[in-house]
Design a protein. Structure first.
Length: 487
């Protein structure tokens, strides 16, 4: 009897598949192969990761938690109703440890030495900025049952600077990308960017870290996934018998972040041992007032008898120096000592004087897109504000309202949109559009990226620096940023 192939039967005329065997290249074959590969991948994942992605066997209104005393048994608790305590379905939930274990190895020791020498100044600057936020951040993490040591991650991400803006587009104290921010309920639009809101972004970061811990069961892995993404960490864990962060092949930036986090945590636990002053945690010195209409921040500052810079610092999420006009109830933070003074002074200001928009008279031949480029405002925003279709031809002499408070300078907007990374409050206060600005080219920068970051065109950038069409910029070059008009 002739030998028969396992999947195929040979013949003189043709090759016919055996019965029940999927045809190669067909849909069934690809599905069959995918199921086999998925089973093999799950078989080689560490037990902790397998438990993290297993489907729950409990009812939807119950969550199975592993008991700290017996790993094999589980206990049932009611699902929390509070939004801060919501968890993702489809993962095996774990209780976060009250104290985070810090491992001291060669990489952590190198970061400790670096923070005590050449990077001491930047860490002290982060300590100074953290004084206004750290107590509030710790309260959020304690309320969500997370180790308060996780607050130290903000030192590595942004140095507790709400206006921090990374080259990749991450914004705020917790460096959220726009897509991730929306997943955790943060609003990012023309009027507000809640990634810069210290309260809301902290709640979102705590929820994200808690979700990552429930998936990986390890804080180093959760912090690594917060930085580089869950997919990269899962790929690095594939085929490894244990989920040890230090044995994984991950990006160098992620290694530095986790090692730096361990080092900062050690320093803050015993600052005197590492010759650092303890952080003076100040309780929040503000109160919230609810406004029912769009209001200029300068009007709020006048009613509080304080400076515009202080109101902006308390409300870093507002992009354009006013509360959103599309909300009938918006809470603004004001200084605590102005709580009773504000309402008396604010009620005396007529409603028509609380906001004054910039106006533009349409010239012959102008279009919405041309006006939008001139003022650097998206076409849909102008069309929506003036109840116009975006394609309508504009008659000469028509007056348009622009979504920019009258007298609000473009330089002010840029500091709030965080297109200039790591602006200090004093720099933001003295920043004006008429004064020339410069930018030092970083590795990987292009003229288009620099132009978008500073809200100018590539042509304006080339003209201001005398660059031809074939000119090349290199890291270390200093470019002059052309100043725009005062709006």
């Amino acid at each position: 009897m002739k030998p028969v192939a396992r999947y195929w039967k040979k013949s003189r005329s043709n090759r016919r598949p055996l019965r029940g065997c999927p045809k190669p290249g067909g849909v069934r074959a690809r599905l069959f192969l995918s199921l086999i590969l998925l089973a093999l991948a799950l078989a080689f994942l560490p037990p902790s990761v397998q438990a993290g992605i297993a489907l729950p066997s409990s009812p939807p209104n119950k969550i199975s938690l592993p008991s700290p005393e017996r790993e094999g048994k589980s206990q049932e608790v009611n699902s929390p109703a509070d939004a801060e305590q919501e968890t993702m379905p489809g993962v095996n939930h774990r209780r976060p440890a009250e104290r985070l274990d810090v491992e001291i190895n060669r990489s952590v020791s190198n970061h400790l030495q670096r923070y005590q020498t050449k990077e001491r100044g930047s860490l002290l600057e982060g300590f100074r900025k953290a004084e206004a936020y750290l107590a509030q951040v710790k309260a959020v993490f304690e309320r969500m049952g997370l180790p308060v040591d996780l607050c130290n991650l903000a030192f590595l991400e942004s140095g507790f600077n709400p206006f921090a803006y990374s080259r990749a587009g991450a914004v705020g104290i917790w460096q959220f990308m726009e897509s991730t921010a929306r997943l955790f309920g943060l609003q990012v639009n023309w009027w507000v960017d809640e990634r810069r809101d210290p309260e809301k972004s902290t709640r979102a970061a705590a929820a994200y870290l808690k979700q990552l811990y429930q998936l990986f069961g390890s804080w180093p892995l959760a912090i690594a996934a917060y930085n580089t993404g869950e997919v990269k960490v899962l790929k690095a864990l594939r085929g490894r018998p244990q989920s040890d962060f230090w044995s994984l092949h991950l990006p160098r930036e992620t290694w530095r972040l986790v090692s730096g986090f361990m080092a900062v945590t050690l320093i803050l636990r015993e600052p005197e041992a590492y010759f650092f002053p303890p952080i003076q945690e100040d309780s929040p010195r503000y109160t919230k007032v609810a406004l029912d209409s769009c209001t200029d921040l300068r009007v709020i500052a006048r009613a509080c008898e304080t400076s515009l810079e202080e109101i902006r610092a308390l409300n870093p999420e507002l992009n354009w120096g006013c509360t959103p006009p599309d909300r009938t109830h918006y809470e603004v933070r004001i200084p605590l000592e102005a709580k009773y003074l504000f309402w008396e002074a604010f009620s005396a200001i007529p409603s028509e004087e609380r906001i004054a928009w910039t106006r533009h008279s349409v010239q012959k031949g102008e279009t919405l897109s041309r006006i939008a480029r001139r003022y650097r405002v998206p076409v849909p925003i102008i069309a929506q504000m003036n109840h116009l279709p975006s394609y309508q031809t504009l008659p000469a002499g028509k007056e348009l309202l622009l979504p920019i408070p009258h007298g609000f300078r473009r330089g002010m907007a840029e500091t709030h949109l965080a297109y200039l990374p790591s602006l200090r409050r004093a720099e933001a206060a003295s920043f004006s559009q008429e004064s020339p600005r410069s930018y030092v080219v970083q590795r990987g920068d292009t003229l288009l990226q620099i132009a978008r970051r500073h809200w100018v065109t590539v042509r304006e950038l080339r003209q201001a620096n005398g660059l031809g069409p074939q000119a090349v910029i290199r890291p270390g070059d200093r470019l002059r940023i052309p100043g725009g008009r005062s709006l």
